[in-house]
Write a protein that binds this ligand. Sequence first.
Ligand code: G1P
Length: 290
Amino acid sequence: MAKPVRKAIFPVGGLGTRFLPATKSMPKEMLPVVDKPLIQYAVEEAQAAGIEQFIFVTGRGKQTIEDHFDISYELASTLNERGKKTELDMLRAALPKPGQVAYVRQQEPLGLGHAVWCARNLVGDEPVAVLLADDVVLSKVPCLKQMVDAQAKTGGNMVAVMDVPREHTRRYGVLDVAGNDGKLAEVRGLVEKPAPEKAPSTLSIIGRYILMPEVFEHLGRSERGAGGEIQLTDAMAKMIGRYPFHGLRFEGKRFDCGDKIGFFEANIAYALARSDLAKDVKAILKAYAD
Ligand code: G1P
């Protein structure tokens, strides 16, 4: 029987230059959508998919992420003194259990593939999920849970995919697929950030992956790809034909929070999904639309 997916890697070493000056002294993964940091959405999605070990690949200046997933004694005691039980419970519920979180540093910014490779010793010989906190997915069933359930049937590698406008293929890893084969597309090829005229399709990877541990062997060869970086997409491409490999057309709406407009739209969508905020937000949007 295939091993279950118990571990997840969160590459959080990126500089976040697109959000300067906000990210000058704060990790981009700590930017909030409504009132929750991007990284917490990713961790909660992983928890909902049954992940038990959370591996963060960090870099310089990312300490606040570690603090965020730790107990803050001063804050807890102040909230306690003030009788703020709801807030205390909320903070407690969001904490991973002791020993579930591990941090490893990516020393040089050599690309997403390199970041994932930095976690190899903590993953070992089992399948692993990768979640990019920039991509937030609003859905009934959390995106990674949809993938874990599908992968339990197919086995092998899986990426979450969606169709993008052809002029955007340069932003994504793009699939070569047999045809429109419904919810699960069999992956025949993968290209990182192809020009629109060269893209094999418009079916593109969003930041959710389930990978066989063999990926680390390919990443370990440190071959440079698009943009001179060590690309996860290239290492995944080497596994095509060796294992089942599927793109899951997930259900839900994905927001690219690495981009200002995507981030802004996520804030609106998540606020509108909140019963305590929806009414006021709708009124504001209406006022600005006039
Ligand atoms: C990364 C991956 C790319 C994927 C994208 C999803 O690119 O390299 O294959 O489609 O994430 O967000 P990045 O956005 O880091 O440039």
